[in-house]
Structures are given as structure tokens and as C-alpha cells.
Design a protein around this ligand. Structure first.
Ligand code: HEC
Ligand code: HEC
Length: 157
């Protein structure tokens, strides 16, 4: 091995810090962080703060998320995409009863079989990205707390 290459290898190893250290253990239940671009937890935002957070953070970032799945289907992403009529009558009620109702049994088996691609996308991107923006821990089936599919969809058991 050349001296240069060995040096580079050392640099790379140093940059990676070797084996990843164990991170601090997550506290019980959702970790409450601040909603993206604000200095408050989502639950502490006023209605007008919620609206401006949705407009400046959620719509642009979730538009990028949804368009990474399908640029054409989500070309006109807006408050209505998630809130439906609630965005028109000002209630913004969530979960939005107009979104497809979900059956949670066996890790959403029904949806994984019927619509594998969008179900995988919802699990791997939509739910975690939205949780991250809200500053709420992703849903944890063990504690049954956190932000998950039921943040947007009605779940039927
Ligand atoms: C990607 C999906 C998505 C989009 C797009 C979106 N929202 Fe939301 N919105 C949510 C979710 C999820 C919640 C509920 C968060 C929670 O409390 O769990 C919510 C909650 C709200 C609330 C709070 C309702 C309450 O009861 O306090 C308001 C107000 C709101 N949204 C307004 C808007 C506006 C205005 C827009 C467009 C500028 C918008 N939203 C776009 C997902 C979305
Ligand atoms: C931030 C809101 C939000 C969250 C969280 C969310 N979804 Fe969705 N989901 C949507 C929207 C909006 C659509 C409708 C897309 C469209 O208009 O085609 C959708 C569509 C779907 C569909 C397609 C249904 C159909 O018949 O076309 C499935 C399946 C689905 N979601 C499953 C899930 C699962 C499983 C989770 C949790 C891992 C989840 N979703 C979390 C907003 C959300």
C-alpha cells in the first residue's frame, strides 16, 4: 500500500470516528422538540402560528417529499392535499376523514398488498418526514405514542 493511500485511509477512518458510539437512549414516549422553523413545540403553537408553520414549512417540504414519489400526481400540492374540505371550511381537522381509511392489522398488510409502492413510501417517507417537521417522535408501536399514519388517516382496526 502506498504511503499516500495509507494516509488517506487514516484520514477517512478518523473522519468516521471508527465505530458509531451508542447514542443517548430515547426517553419514554415522544421526544418533544420544536416545530421546524419555530422556537416552540407544535402543541404550544397558536392557531395562527400553526397556519404559518404549515405554509412556510410543511407545504414546501412535504411537496418535495410527495413529488419525490410522483411529480405529476402531486404537482398541485396544497393544504387541500392533506386537509381536504377542512382546508376550505377552515377546520383543518386531522385525521382527515376524506383520506383513505386504513386497516392497521399485520403492519398494514392489506395496503402493502393492494398498493405496495405508496404504502412503503408513506411508511418510509411521509410519516417520518411529517413527524420530523412537527418535532414529534415517530409513532412507536410499543408505547403507542408519537406521530404516525393516524396523524392524517382514520385507522380502522
Ligand atoms: C403534508 C400534509 C399537510 C399539508 C400539506 C398541510 N397540513 Fe396542516 N396539518 C397536517 C397534520 C398532520 C396536522 C395535525 C398535526 C397533529 O396535531 O398531529 C395538521 C394540522 C393543521 C392545523 C391545526 C389544526 C388544529 O386543530 O389545531 C392547521 C390550522 C393547519 N394544519 C393548517 C394548514 C394550512 C393552512 C395548510 C396549507 C398552507 C396546511 N395545513 C397544509 C398536515 C398537513
Ligand atoms: C402527513 C399526512 C399523511 C401521513 C402521516 C400518512 N399519509 Fe398516507 N396519504 C396521505 C395523503 C395526502 C394521501 C393521498 C394521496 C393522493 O391524493 O393520492 C395518502 C395516501 C395513502 C395511501 C393510498 C391509498 C389509496 O387507496 O390510494 C395509503 C395506502 C396510505 N396513504 C397509507 C399510509 C400509511 C400506512 C401511513 C403510515 C405509515 C400513512 N399513509 C401516513 C397523507 C398521509
Amino acid at each position: 500500500m502506498s504511503r499516500l493511500f495509507a494516509g488517506l485511509l487514516l484520514l477517512v477512518l478518523a473522519a468516521c470516528g471508527g465505530a458509531a458510539p451508542e447514542g443517548p437512549k430515547a426517553p419514554e414516549g415522544p421526544a418533544v422538540g420544536t416545530a421546524a422553523g419555530t422556537s416552540k413545540a407544535w402543541k404550544d403553537l397558536s392557531l395562527s402560528e400553526r397556519k404559518s408553520f404549515m405554509k412556510t414549512q410543511v407545504v414546501p417540504k412535504m411537496t418535495a417529499t410527495f413529488q419525490s414519489f410522483d411529480q405529476k400526481d402531486f404537482a398541485d400540492m396544497s393544504c387541500v392535499t392533506c386537509h381536504g374540505t377542512g382546508a376550505k371550511n377552515g377546520t383543518f381537522v386531522m385525521p382527515n376523514p376524506e383520506l383513505p381509511h386504513l386497516t392497521a392489522a399485520d403492519g398494514f398488510k392489506k395496503h402493502r398488498e393492494a398498493k405496495p409502492e405508496i404504502t412503503k413510501f408513506m411508511m418510509e417517507h411521509v410519516a417520518p418526514d411529517m413527524a420530523g417537521l412537527l418535532g414529534i417522535a415517530p409513532y412507536d408501536p410499543k408505547t403507542q405514542r408519537g406521530f404516525g399514519c393516524h396523524g392524517c388517516h382514520i385507522i380502522e382496526h
